[in-house]
Design a protein around this ligand. Structure first.
Ligand SMILES: *Cc1c(COP(=O)(O)O)cnc(C)c1O
Length: 232
C-alpha cells in the first residue's frame, strides 16, 4: 500500500516533470489537494508531508475540518464546490479562497459577509467552458468581463483569476483546445487586473494538458488521497 506522503511526492514529481519539459519552474504550478469526503487524519498526513493548500466541496464538511485543524495555521483552505446563497456566510467566515464564484449575487454576499478582521477573500470566477447545463459558471467573454469588473470592485474580495472543470474530451488534442481557450480568457483578465495570477485547471486525468496550456494550479483528489467512497 502506498501512503498519502508517497502519493503526494509522486504528484509533485509529475508536476515538476511537466514543468521542466516546458522550461517552467515547478513553483509556477501550485498543487491543491482536494480532500472532500476524506477524514481530518488524511489531511494531517498530507500536511505532515508538506502540503499546505487544501480544497473542499461541501460547506459543512469543510468547516468542520477547518475547526478541527485550526492549530495548523498555515493551511490555505479553498472552497471549490457549488455555492448556494444560504451557505455563503459560512464560506466567507471560514475559507481563504473561493474558486467557484459563478454569479454576482454570490460575490456580493461573500464580500458583505467576510469578517472585517480577516484578509480579503481570494476569489476565482468559475468558467463553464464546455457550456454544460449541469455545471455552473460563466459561459462567454462579455459575461466574464462584466462579472469580473463588478467582482473586482467589491471591497472584501480579491479577484485572482479563473477556475474551470472542463467536460471530458475524446482525446488529448480536444482537451488541449479547451484548456487553451481558458488560458486566453485568463490572459484577457490578466491584462486588465494586475493582481490576477491564478488559472485553476487540470485534475488527475488531464493535468499534463492543463499545465501545457498554462495552468497555475492543478486540483488533485484521488491521486493523493485514494478513491472516495461516495460517488462525488
Ligand atoms: C473532486 C474535485 C477535484 C478532484 O478530483 P479527483 O478526480 O479526485 O482528482 C478537483 N476539482 C474539483 C472542482 C472537484 O470537485
Amino acid at each position: 500500500m502506498t501512503t498519502i506522503a508517497e502519493r503526494l511526492q509522486s504528484a509533485l514529481e509529475s508536476i515538476a516533470q511537466h514543468c521542466t519539459a516546458l522550461n517552467k519552474s515547478p513553483q509556477q504550478v501550485a498543487l491543491l489537494a482536494v480532500s472532500k469526503t476524506k477524514p481530518v487524519e488524511a489531511i494531517e498526513q498530507a500536511y505532515a508531508a508538506g502540503q499546505r493548500l487544501f480544497g473542499e466541496n461541501y460547506v459543512q464538511e469543510g468547516i468542520e475540518k477547518i475547526h478541527s485543524l485550526q492549530h495548523l495555521k498555515d493551511i490555505q483552505w479553498h472552497f471549490i464546490g457549488p455555492l448556494q446563497s444560504n451557505k455563503s456566510k459560512a464560506v466567507a467566515e471560514h475559507f481563504d479562497w473561493v474558486q467557484s464564484v459563478d454569479r454576482l449575487k454570490i460575490a456580493q454576499r461573500l464580500s458583505a459577509q467576510r469578517p472585517p478582521q480577516k484578509a480579503p477573500l481570494q476569489v476565482l470566477l468559475q468558467i463553464n467552458i464546455s457550456g454544460e447545463d449541469s455545471k455552473s459558471g460563466v459561459t462567454d467573454n462579455a459575461e466574464l468581463l462584466a462579472l469580473a469588473e463588478e467582482v473586482n470592485a467589491l471591497p472584501n474580495l480579491t479577484l485572482r483569476g479563473l477556475m474551470a472543470i472542463p467536460a471530458p474530451q475524446q482525446n488529448e488534442e480536444a482537451q488541449r483546445l479547451v484548456f487553451n481557450q481558458l488560458h486566453q480568457l485568463f490572459e484577457l483578465l490578466r491584462a486588465r487586473y494586475p493582481q490576477v495570477d491564478t488559472l485553476s485547471m487540470g485534475m488527475s486525468g488531464d493535468m499534463q494538458a492543463a499545465i501545457q496550456a498554462g495552468s497555475t494550479m492543478v486540483r488533485l483528489g484521488t491521486a493523493i488521497f485514494g478513491e472516495r467512497q461516495k460517488n462525488t
